[in-house]
Design a binder for this molecule. Structure first.
Ligand code: PMT
Length: 377
């Protein structure tokens, strides 16, 4: 591996303290991975939700990355449906598999209930749907196929990712890393973080000093009445994951963009740079309706769910969008760019129900290829 990358890893993990519960996380993950490895099951690590960047050690203020956790939580359910064991590493309080159907919306979970003869029961109109979800959840629980772990900030996420990835190494090609979390690109290093709440009142701003034992200037400070924040880049650990932490696993990363003109280019750039298996590109506004797969195996391929309802185009005009061509629009051998209309409401089909079977098919090919490789001597 490139020594400068190893240096960046060593520098980061030496300087950024591990989360308090790292040992507990490792113990749980080790037991879960070993059990499923013994049973010969495929295992996927799904990361989900946004990482925060704290500005203070005793954190009152932080910068956040956009993600409700829908992609991760929904994908985890479809992986479980495909028989995988799932480690769900998610941002605390973001959406969870199964309970996502009844949380984080304007409706209270109590709205699904009613009182009957002095007992609480599920309201008739929700019985069928809730029974379906409950049965899936019970099966997964019985088979102990779901481990839920959580992080809040970028450093907790990276420590957990590294430790869990290393534990998954013995699974070889049977492991998938499905990196749907929205990971911060910039952060405040520990040795430049102030200990206490940053003061907005100039009279008290002297209190915003770096944590004890650090001599560097604080990354966040007030100047006059303005808050100045000087963030540093988070090293891109995708390279270490691919080359060092999990060299045999299937690695799927996501690329989030807002500008349709650069989505495929950026996804291709990422694939070439990190040489992993698959980049799934998505746009903020259309992520539930379409994604683009970019891989060495299959090139560029759009996956779309039917848009059989009125949709607003980016120009603001309304148009009726018909059923999607599942292969995307063809331009010679290339499928062409994102559909520029912004759909309204929720799609009739969860796009993850198409994404995950596609990935498991690719995963089977990767496992078969690994099995035909001559053993390393
Ligand atoms: O949860 P939802 O509301 O449904 O939203 C889902 C989603 C849009 C957040 C999700 O589908 C998605 O795109 N997640 C990835 C967002 C992201 O981090 O994109 P990026 O372009 O910043 O990073 C690309 C890849 O590099 C990621 O796989 C990330 O794991 C990796 N990365 C990023 C930053 C960093 N410092 N190191 C990394 O290795």
């Amino acid at each position: 591996m490139d020594p400068s990358i190893q240096e960046a890893e060593s520098h980061y993990f030496t300087n950024e303290p591990p989360p308090r519960d790292l040992q507990a996380t490792v113990t749980l993950a080790r037991e879960f991975i070993n059990r499923h490895a013994t049973e010969g099951r495929r295992l996927v690590l799904v990361t989900s939700g946004g990482t925060t960047v704290p500005l203070e050690t005793q954190t009152v203020r932080y910068i956040d990355n956009f993600s409700a956790g829908t992609r991760g939580a929904t994908s985890a359910e479809y992986f479980l449906q495909e028989g995988y064991a799932v480690i769900f590493l998610h941002r605390q309080f973001s959406l969870l598999p199964y309970s996502r159907h009844y949380s984080h919306n304007t409706r209270s979970f109590l709205d699904y209930m009613k009182e009957e003869d002095g007992r609480v029961v599920v309201d008739g109109q929700h019985q069928e749907e809730m029974l379906r979800v409950l049965r899936q959840y019970d099966e997964v629980k019985r088979e102990n196929r779901l481990l839920i772990l959580s992080f809040v900030n970028i450093t907790e996420y990276l420590w957990d990712l590294r430790e869990v990835a290393k534990l998954m190494r013995p699974l070889g090609p049977r492991a998938i890393f499905y990196l749907a979390a929205a990971v911060s690109d910039f952060f405040v290093p520990h040795d430049r973080m102030v200990e206490h709440k940053i003061q907005s009142n100039e009279e008290f701003s002297g209190a915003s000093l770096p944590s004890e034992g650090t001599s560097k200037p604080p990354a966040a400070r007030t100047e006059g009445r303005s808050l100045i924040i000087d963030l540093e880049p988070v090293p891109k650990f995708l390279k270490q994951l691919v080359d060092g932490w999990a060299p045999e696993g299937m690695i799927v990363s996501f690329k989030l963009e807002t500008d349709p003109a650069i989505l495929v280019k950026k996804a291709l750039y990422s694939l070439n740079k990190y040489s992993h298996h698959l980049v799934i590109g998505n746009l903020l506004l259309t992520r539930k309706w379409e994604v683009v797969f970019v891989s060495a195996l299959e090139g560029e391929k759009w996956i779309r769910v039917p848009r059989n309802r009125r949709a607003k185009s980016i120009s603001g005009n309304e148009s009726l969008v018909g059923l999607a061509d599942p292969d995307g629009k063809k331009d010679g051998n290339r499928t062409v760019s994102a559909d520029l209309s912004i759909p309204e409401g929720e799609p009739a089909v969860e796009i993850e129900s198409i994404i995950i079977p596609e990935i498991t098919t690719m995963h089977t090919k990767i496992i078969e290829k690994a099995q035909t490789k001559p053993p390393v001597t």
